[in-house]
Design a protein around this ligand. Structure first.
Ligand code: SAM
Ligand code: SF4
Length: 421
C-alpha cells in the first residue's frame, strides 16, 4: 500500500506532514512521489490565506479527474488535515473521505482499520518521518493565544500548548547523534514557550548545550515577547545562528493597533537597536501585510519608511486576505488587489536595494554554508545568516558544511567558491 502527501503552507505544516507520514508508515503504508500510484492521498492544508484554501478545492477537482482517467484505477482514500477552520470542514467533507484535526492524526490508524494506535498525549510527540537527512523541524509548541485581528491560526490551531522540554531535548540529542546539522525550533510564537520553569531563552540555552556539530534556528517570534533574555541566549549560544525573523506586519501604529499586535513601531525599533548592539552582524527578516483594511497611502508610506530605516535582509510580504471569523473580516477590504500589488512592489524594491548593499560587503569574505540542494554540479545552501549561496562542486557536498569564499552577490543570493586553506 502506497501513500502520497501534499503539503501547503509554512514550515509547521511540513513538520505536521512528517507526523502524518510516520503514522501511515506505522500501519504499513510506503511513500510514493507518484500520485497516480497512491492508495492513499493525505493533504496537509493551510488556512492562513484564502488562496491556500482555494488550492484545496482545486485538488478536489484533480482527484475526481484522476478517478476518471484510467480504467481499472482504484480511487485512493483521501484524507485532509493540517490547519483547517471548523466552518471549512463542512465544505471539505464532501471532497475527502476523511477530514481530521492534526491533533487527532494518531486516530488515522483506527480509521484505516488497524488496531495499532500511538500512545502519545500530544500529537507533537509522535516520532516524525523526517523529510531531510540533515535538517530537522522540531516543533516546541503549537497553537496561538494572540488573536491578531487578521489571523485564523488561533481558530484553526486553537490555544498554545508547549511540548515537554525533556521530549524536545531527547529528540534533538537523537538527531544530532545521527548526524543532523540543522535543528529548526518551531512554533507560532516560540517566545511564549513555557514548560514548568523552562521558558524560551532557557530552552535555547539547553539546546545549545547539546554537544555536536550543528546549527540552531527558530521561527516565529512575536515582537511583543521578544526580550533581552532571548537576545542574550542568541549572542552567547555558539550554535544559534545570527538570523532572526521578527514579523512587524506594519510600520504604522494605528494599523498595528487595529491588527491587535500589542507593540508600537518605536518598541519594535528599540528591540532591533538592542539586538544589533549585542549582535552587530545579525541578519533580519520580517513579515508584512500590505493592504490591511483602511490602510491609507500615508500609513503604507510609514511601512516603506521603516523598511528603509531597518534595512532588512529578507521579508515575507503578504497581500491582505480577509478571513471569515476573524475580527478584521468585519472591516471592509477596501484596498484593491492592484493597489496591494503596488504596495508589495514598493517594499520589494526597497528590500532589493538594502539587501544588495549589505551583500556587497560580503564580497571576498568567507562563510560556512550548509548545502541543502543539488542540481547537477550546482549546489545550493544557506549560511549562518540564512542567505542562499550557490556553489559549483564535482564532489557530492549535499548535507555538508562547506567553507566558501563569496565571489558574486545579488539581493537574495550569493555565489561562492569552495575555499581551501
Ligand atoms: N506567528 C507569526 C507572527 O505573529 O508573526 C506569524 C504566523 S502567520 C501563520 C504567517 C504570516 O502570515 C504572518 O506573519 C502574516 O504576515 C501572514 N498572514 C496571516 N494572516 C494573513 C491574512 N489574513 N492575510 C495576509 N497575510 C496573512
Ligand atoms: Fe497569527 Fe498573530 Fe498568532 Fe502569529 S501571533 S499566529 S499572526 S494570531
Amino acid at each position: 500500500m502506497k501513500y502520497h502527501v501534499i503539503v501547503f503552507g509554512c514550515q509547521m505544516n511540513i513538520s505536521d506532514s512528517e507526523r502524518v507520514s510516520a503514522v501511515l508508515e506505522s500501519v504499513g503504508y510506503k511513500n510514493t512521489s507518484n500520485i497516480n500510484e497512491a492508495d492513499l492521498i493525505a493533504v496537509v492544508m493551510c488556512s492562513v490565506r484564502q488562496s491556500a484554501v482555494d488550492r484545496v478545492f482545486g485538488l478536489i477537482e484533480k482527484f475526481s479527474a484522476l478517478g476518471g482517467l484510467s480504467s481499472g484505477w482504484k480511487k485512493p482514500i483521501t484524507i485532509l488535515t493540517g490547519c483547517i477552520l471548523k466552518k471549512d470542514k463542512k465544505l471539505f467533507i464532501n471532497g475527502f473521505d476523511y477530514v481530521l484535526d492534526i491533533k487527532n492524526i494518531k486516530n488515522l490508524t483506527k480509521i484505516l482499520g488497524t488496531k495499532k494506535t500511538e500512545s502519545v498525549n500530544n500529537y507533537l510527540d509522535i516520532k516524525p518521518k523526517y523529510t531531510s537527512k540533515f535538517s530537522a523541524n522540531v516543533p516546541i509548541m503549537t497553537g496561538c493565544n494572540n488573536f491578531c485581528s487578521y489571523c485564523v491560526v488561533p481558530y484553526s490551531r486553537e490555544r498554545e500548548i508547549s511540548r515537554p522540554t525533556k521530549n524536545i531535548i531527547s529528540e534533538i540529542k537523537q538527531l544530532v547523534t545521527s548526524g543532523y546539522k540543522e535543528i529548526w525550533l518551531l512554533g507560532q510564537n516560540v517566545n511564549s514557550y513555557k514548560n514548568g520553569k523552562t521558558n524560551f531563552p532557557k530552552l535555547l540555552k539547553m539546546v545549545n548545550n547539546i554537544p555536536g556539530d550543528f546549527w540552531i534556528r527558530f521561527t516565529s517570534s512575536h515582537p511583543k515577547d521578544f526580550n533581552n533574555d532571548v537576545i542574550e541566549a542568541i549572542s552567547t549560544g555558539n550554535r544559534i545562528t545570527p538570523y532572526l525573523n521578527l514579523p512587524i506586519q506594519s510600520g504604522d501604529n494605528k494599523v498595528l493597533q487595529l491588527m491587535n499586535r500589542h507593540y508600537t513601531v518605536k518598541d519594535y525599533k528599540n528591540k532591533i537597536i538592542g539586538l544589533r548592539k549585542r549582535i552587530p552582524d545579525i541578519a533580519l527578516s520580517t513579515d508584512i501585510i500590505v493592504g490591511f483594511p483602511g490602510e491609507t497611502k500615508k500609513q503604507f508610506e510609514n511601512t516603506a519608511k521603516l523598511f528603509r530605516n531597518i534595512k532588512y535582509d529578507a521579508a515575507y510580504i503578504n497581500k491582505y486576505s480577509p478571513r471569515t471569523g476573524t475580527v478584521a473580516a468585519k472591516l471592509k477590504d477596501n484596498i484593491s488587489w492592484d493597489e496591494k500589488k503596488r504596495r508589495e512592489k514598493v517594499l520589494t524594491d526597497i528590500l532589493k536595494q538594502t539587501a544588495l548593499k549589505k551583500n556587497k560587503t560580503l564580497l571576498g569574505k568567507e562563510t560556512i554554508v550548509l548545502i541543502n540542494e543539488s542540481r547537477g554540479n550546482n549546489y545550493f545552501g544557506k549560511n549562518k545568516h540564512y542567505k542562499t549561496v550557490r556553489i559549483k562542486s564535482k564532489e557530492n557536498i549535499l548535507g555538508k558544511f562547506v567553507k566558501v569564499k563569496i565571489t558574486e552577490v545579488a539581493p537574495f543570493t550569493l555565489r561562492g567558491k569552495i575555499f581551501h586553506e
